[in-house]
Write a protein that binds this ligand. Sequence first.
Ligand code: ATP
Length: 459
Amino acid sequence: MPATTMDELVSLCKRRGFIFPGSDIYGGLQGTYDYGPLGVELKNNLKAAWWRAMVYERDDVEGLDASILTHRLVLRHSGHEATFTDPMVDCRNCKSRWRADQLKDNKCEKCGSTDLTEPRPFNLMFKTAVGPVAEEGSFAYLRPETAQGIFTNFKNVVDSTARRLPFGIAQIGKAFRNEITPRNFIFRVREFEQMELEFFVQPGTDDQWHSQWVDARLQWWRDQGLLSENLQAYHQAGDELAHYAKACVDILYKFPHGLEELEGIANRTDFDLGSHTRSQADFGLSANVDPNEDSTAKLTIPHPETQKPLVPFVIEPSAGVDRGVLAVLTEAYTKETLENGSERIVLKLKPHLAPIKVAVLPLARNKPEIVEKAKAVKNLLMATGIGRIFYEDTGNIGKGYRRHDEVGTPFCITVDFDTLGRGDDPSLTDTVTVRDRDTMSQVRIPINELAAYIRERLV
Ligand code: ATP
């Protein structure tokens, strides 16, 4: 049974150290969350899986890590200064503010009043002062999407790698949006991370690439453990499209609070590269650019056939890391009633996402030989490079198992007196007990076969 309530997830995340409210000891800062000891591992594993699929496993994608602070002209020419807004209303009764398109029956969520102002556009971008002189104009934006850093570096990447169409640039990083009403835990926050690919193609081949990317991205989410029945591809209608898009398919996931967007895959055409390109008339582009504030670049690439400079079209799969973490947690969260009537909570995460791959538990913590042996087992597994191996000597094996079930550790290994050759059965010398998270079955494995046994099941 998957998690039915957000409360269960929020509580597990706090209790076990996945996710905490930001600035918690000062009452919290709305729309911010901090990833704890296990959360940072889970998040890093999800990002690594994305990077592997988008960059390492392909031969047509390069990586990038651009800065968060962004020149205002980048976001003016991209259209964000003028149009990156949500409709906001004020409640005249209690003075609270809401995102108009999220209110039910046009009623204030706080006091229930219907006496609301007309919706007006509210720009979601954060500004920050840059440099020691706080004069008008000395500000930069915190990027509202990672994409613009890719567009502004287009020429740098093409020139330094000699890429030709079709090819992509991938980036993972923070983005900031001053959401009017952050809500639903890490689903809608003001500071979040995106995993974005800008895949540049020849105009005319864009529709085909778009549908290929939708299929590839749906498959990737399934590979992270999300069930097909909880995923849906939604084709946006014309009036729902962002200012830069010709078409957009949202991948929706059945989150605890409802079926909502996990990733958007947009056909951004030549909008962005075109807008950032000097002498637009040369290319017949129509973006509204102030000639005094043009960029210095022609963001072009040779046309694959004519070799003439071409502003390519771009397909953009853009996924939220935090929404991804929430989705895999939702899917993995399982409550089981055991034969003896007790209940266990287990996170059935895909092994590659699990924050801890293996926990090594010495049966007794005050027996130096057992402790030493257990540490040697940990080091042996560490050497295989399969991720975090956790040595834990609380001495209570049963509690250890339950804790590791809750955080999704695929295997627990127990080192005991038999391992040392001090039990009744000498054939158990130099073997350990390996317990499987999902089946709870236990097998005895010789230490010299352990690394291969675990690797085979985790990688
Ligand atoms: P929404 O309609 O839910 O506000 P969006 O369509 O504005 O999202 P995009 O601009 O397409 O979102 O951003 C790409 C991805 O970035 C989204 O699919 C989502 O996973 C993530 N994302 C966007 N805004 C937020 C946010 N406020 N908090 C967490 N993740 C976000």
